[in-house]
Design a protein around this ligand. Sequence first.
Ligand code: SF4
Length: 271
Amino acid sequence: MNINFREAKQIITKSNIPGVDYVINPYTGCQHGCIYCYAEFMIRFTGHKGDKWGQFLDIKQFDTNRIKPQKYDDKTILLSSVTDPYIPLELKYENTQKILESLVGTTAEITVLTKSKFVVRDIDLFKKFENIEVGISISTLSENLWRVIERGASKPTERLDAIKKIHEAGLYTYIFISPFFPEITNYKKIIEKTQEYTDYYMFENLNFRPHNVPRILKIIEEHFPKSFSTYKKLRNDRSLWDIIEKDIELYCEEKKLSYSIEFHHGGFSKS
Ligand code: SF4
């Protein structure tokens, strides 16, 4: 892992994600290095041309005294959008923890999203916020698939254990079923396993980008050969996402779940 320290002008930045006013990305890069990660585009904008996603990390340096909690009252803040706030090196550098500590007192709606078991370290800190939700993202319960697509992140069962503990601590929890892999993501099984400690579910489809398409297709061909033709078809025939969306909708309605489906229609992006 290539580690650098970089001065950050702003550590809480305005966001252009719909429904999110500010984002906090305590690091540039992500130790998890998921093969489908859409945030890999960050390589181009952060002076990391030639570096491999998942193999570099910039530890942002910032002055916590400049964080004024009241500035964010009634706003929405996402932690994080292009890194994971609880990568293993957070235990050493504690950027996420320092930022959250500086924000105590805000009435902002804070959304924490991670693929890491280390999120439980901050349970007591989360409790200091009046408006916070903590979630994990997950695509699969299978360790075999986890090993191939996101082995830098915590194992699926570890993530579920973490969110269970967070819920038991009285915090509002959600599960982000993302990215959704057609014919592979068994979302019903994930829901059955997590329903008693999950307040709501969100769904997002697999986002194909030019940089990740060959990697994803290679993995599908090697590990899920029966689904290979489906994934190839997804390039031209996007109706499959509509079918999946309808299926999720029917299931969640029947189970009376709180949920939202954030499928970007198209699935393939030119950006
Ligand atoms: S945890 Fe999130 S930001 Fe990090 S590599 Fe995986 S998808 Fe990308």
